[in-house]
Design a protein around this ligand. Structure first.
Ligand SMILES: C[C@](O)(C(=O)O)[C@H](CC(=O)O)C(=O)O
Ligand SMILES: [Mg+2]
Length: 301
């Protein structure tokens, strides 16, 4: 009731142990705290908080406008709504290496299981758009070392993302990834790889867990879970999938409501009141205090 009883330490252990299994971990991005609970309820074992989604949620583009404290606040709301380990997108760390260090501590305090830091310059952009720039390899290794030093819980996962594939080519991106592992990164996120051959080359070169970003309408082909598993990937990321699904449904619904003057035809597509209440755990509150839950729903609700 009210919130999860799973501690940050338990989530971090769960993620670490899950990554030791030889089985792909599918990680959908939550679009709000309640959707993180739905991710758990539908059987996924971890959730993600996407920088693109956190920005879009505020009506902003994904160009580094959000602040570390803003995303930490949303992260804390999210980790309270689910027991799952949650990995967050910490963009470039929000400034200099010392800002990355502070970001790590804020994210630890928010109960997250880990974060990823990328090697783009500020202002950053979506990894699947043209015109990105990356900082020098040495600067990114400083960023990572600062993050590693700042981390208080050694189980908190520090993942390094490289955006270099689109700028410097595959070999340079692989070299960067190796340098980032040497600097202390626990896992690697190779951004915007084109095809299976490139995913394979990364896997052959890097020992630590690897994340495959299956974001829609981007530069990477959408490989299915079986293919990614066979390629030896550890995490399949669906960062913006829920937001895109929800916004598609919301936009269609708004147009229908405006055109038809009633939402009647939309009812079959809606989450029902009873399903929402089930997800919110109304029954648990009633066990605590029967006065909270002393109603019956109308049929079909
Ligand atoms: C993973 C990502 O960093 C995110 O913020 O979710 C984005 C996703 C997207 O914009 O599609 C990225 O790949 O840069
Ligand atoms: Mg991002």
């Amino acid at each position: 009731m009210l919130h999860t009883r799973t501690t940050p330490a338990e989530r971090r252990r769960a993620l670490r142990e899950r990554l030791e299994l030889d089985r792909l971990l599918m990680m959908p991005g939550a679009l709000n705290p309640l959707s993180a609970r739905l991710i758990q309820d539908t059987g996924f074992e971890a959730a993600y908080l996407s920088g693109a989604v956190l920005a879009a949620d505020l009506g902003l583009p994904d160009i580094g406008l959000t602040t570390s404290t803003e995303i930490a606040a949303r992260a804390q709301q999210t980790t309270r709504a689910t027991d799952l380990p949650v990995l967050i997108d910490a963009d470039t760390g929000f400034g200099e290496p010392m800002n990355a260090a502070r970001t790590v501590q804020l994210m630890e305090d928010a109960g997250l299981a880990g974060l990823h830091l990328e090697d783009q310059v500020n202002p950053k952009r979506c990894g699947h758009l043209d015109g990105k720039s990356v900082v020098a390899r040495e600067e990114m290794t400083r960023r990572i070392r600062a993050a590693v030093d700042a981390r208080r819980d050694p189980e908190f996962l520090l993942m390094a993302r490289t955006d270099a594939r689109a700028i410097e080519g595959l070999d340079a991106a692989i070299d960067r990834a190796k340098a980032y592992v040497d600097a202390g990164a626990d896992a690697i996120f190779p951004e915007a790889l084109a095809d299976e051959r490139e995913f394979e080359a990364f896997r052959a070169a890097v020992e630590v867990p690897l994340l495959a970003n299956m974001t829609e309408f981007g530069k990477s082909r959408l490989l299915d879970a079986r293919t990614l598993q066979n390629l030896g990937y550890d995490i399949a990321l669906y960062p913006v999938t829920l937001l895109r699904l929800a916004m598609g449904a919301v936009e269609d619904g708004l147009r229908t409501l405006a055109a038809e003057g009633t939402q009647e035809s939309l009812l079959p597509r809606m989450q029902t009141r009873s399903r929402l209440y089930e997800l919110l755990g109304y029954a648990d509150y009633s066990a605590f205090d029967s006065a909270v839950h002393d109603f019956t729903l109308p049929p079909g609700a």
